[in-house]
Design a protein around this ligand. Sequence first.
Ligand code: ATP
Length: 285
Amino acid sequence: KAFPSGKKDLKSTVKFADVAGLEQPKAEVMEFVDFLKTPEKYAKLGARVPKGGLFVGPPGTGKTLLAKAVAGEADCPFYSMSGSDFVEMYVGVGASRVRDLFKQARDSAPSIIFIDEIDAIGRKRGKGGFTGGNDERESTLTNQMLVEMDGFSSSTGVVVLAGTNRVDILDNALLRPGPDMAEREKIYMVHLKPLALEKPGTGFGVRVRKPLVRWFDAKDLKMEDVAKRMAALTPGFAGADIANVCNEAAIFAARRAATAVSMEDFERACERVIGGLPKNNSLMS
Ligand code: ATP
């Protein structure tokens, strides 16, 4: 059920006329319909279309129906998954399902992905943000979704709609239109400038730590290289988070009495900033 269960999910016959009331939300999702009908128009103009929208409301109020209506009006494939389907899955399985779903949607773009009960997987990351013993699972899934959405541009032609009745527990990074990968890289360049980076040749090993699993072997710690790698590791980070990561990294280096900031300092700083992300209270900004 986590996947388009057969063809019926792919083709939506629902139209706006089938959705009673909800005039304001209908008006708001019209821009997605227009975008899905003619994504080239937007791409040519260099317009940055929102990657998605969040429907907030109690169960049974038409969130799924409205998402299907967007697909029906735009006459595009409708892929759906429910956050609660992931609750029983192993970490890696869930993340690869998310990856597959997004791939299918990209391959058949213009298309729509609808994630029902997104609160089940997109909870706030970091200390105290998670409930139960699902920290790793949720943070991996949240991260995977951010990574997927990070790769979207107006030429991708995929719109992600999600429904929840618990907006208060959602990860802010899923809600705000953060800078994309290339923009984050530029922001890193600004904030890396004042730092003394570890000199080429000092070397350090391979580190694998979840949820930010990665391999890094930098014999040569160039600023451009650090900016690129850090931008890739921090989907959903706003400018302020990036500035924090760079500063925290320098503080970590100072604390271990080093004369230069290492990649490991950046990794630790990254984890610390993720732990502190839910500070932002302006949820829908
Ligand atoms: P959940 O959070 O449980 O997924 P939901 O908000 O997505 O709920 P829907 O699945 O869209 O709710 O609504 C369930 C059914 O109720 C719809 O298939 C439809 O038949 C009916 N319904 C709900 N809202 C409307 C509406 N505004 N106009 C017409 N029918 C509606």
